[in-house]
Design a protein around this ligand. Sequence first.
Ligand SMILES: Cc1cc2nc3c(=O)[nH]c(=O)nc-3n(C[C@H](O)[C@H](O)[C@H](O)COP(=O)(O)OP(=O)(O)OC[C@H]3O[C@@H](n4cnc5c(N)ncnc54)[C@H](O)[C@@H]3O)c2cc1C
Length: 419
Amino acid sequence: MQKIKEIASRCEACIKPGCIVGCPLDNDIKGFIKCIKEDDYKEAYNILSKTTVLESVCGRICPHEKQCQGACQREIKKQPVKIGKLEAFIGDLAIKNNWKIRSKKEATNHVAVIGGGPAGLTCAAFLKKNGINVTIYEKHDYLGGLLYHGIPSFRLPREITQNTVSRIIDLGIDVKYNEILGKTISLEYLERKYDAIFIGIGANMSNKMKIPGEKLKGVYGGNEFLEKKIELDYKDKTVLIIGGGNVSMDIARTAKRSGAKKVILVFRKEEKDLTADIDEVNAAKKDGVKFIFKNNIVKVLGRKKVTGVELIKTRYKKVNDKILLENIKGTRHKIECDYVISAIGSHANRKTMSSLNLELNKNGRIKIDKKGQTSKRKVFAGGDVSGNIGTVAWAARAGRNAASSIIEYLKKKEGKKHV
Ligand SMILES: Cc1cc2nc3c(=O)[nH]c(=O)nc-3n(C[C@H](O)[C@H](O)[C@H](O)COP(=O)(O)OP(=O)(O)OC[C@H]3O[C@@H](n4cnc5c(N)ncnc54)[C@H](O)[C@@H]3O)c2cc1C
């Protein structure tokens, strides 16, 4: 508690708080920190819950340095207020004390939310808070999406996700598990049954490396590897991870913590070009992950099962004022390993996308306008499936925005009925 008070006391309550601008969810950070300073924790929670239902989650895993904390005035002195710690503290208190999420009782329309990740859960919560019945359709037999099967439990404890999900469902949201849009249910069926639909099914198909040997046993796409909770025999094994983002760091750290003898992360560019947060890179190094920079994977070796990989060194080359990366001829070399996990980006499930008959954007994700509306007026979408910035807070923001748009859409529709 002393520590929390100390962190809160550093907030200078700026007239134009950069932290609020930096927060994807527009949380009233200055307001809730003021309440912490005054020991009014319940009011701090009330303030936060106006804009978010994921306090305990976002407090722990948001890239705060790039968002609220990065925009804190004290960042100039390299002493920003650790806003995430304060948000998680209030979220955890709400869980512990069972402070309910406030909602209106009267239920009128009925909306289907497809996908129970941060986008779907937030959309569902903000609809229900505003007196609209919600049914969530979820592929798995649990909710949370990547909060549950993506972000490792050493960064986001499972019980935090479970408690956060329970509090949302306790609003009175109906959930249908093991229902897959495009497989067990169609969009046409949902359009007939519900007043509006929100699609938040994420984009969790790993991009392929497109190299020989990719189909060998022991080669996995990072997203499938995490989602299917594939348990490998790590004892005395060497695991090679391809990629340079946060996902590759999470997989590498998971492998190391699960007992792999050696975990090597191969990245085609220089260390400074890693897209992962610096804290994640440092944590991976601390966990014992080894890095190979400026190397491209060209082949996975083995007969049926992986025995190694062939890499080639890379360098930067200036072409017409542009800096390009090229493979250096004659620098191919081999490394022995037992597993290869690629984490070089992801895309939406193409089969599901084409079954929806919705307009897609150039990346094959659902095209939406500023209000989150798709090419079908009754259908809204958001989060990773529509290509929002791939973070939890941005997915939640998309879900909340879509809830507002759906409410507006339903009001207009009701209004027309009474003309
Ligand atoms: C390993 C990893 C680590 C990450 N770490 C962070 C981090 O530290 N901080 C951060 O801010 N972001 C992080 N992210 C990104 C973040 O998790 C995502 O941007 C966010 O979860 C997207 O939310 P979403 O609701 O759009 O999709 P998802 O979280 O993917 O949820 C989609 C939901 O839809 C369900 N679904 C899928 N298909 C169907 C279907 N056809 N029918 C019905 N349901 C379906 C899924 O089961 C899931 O429940 C990480 C991502 C990964 C992969």
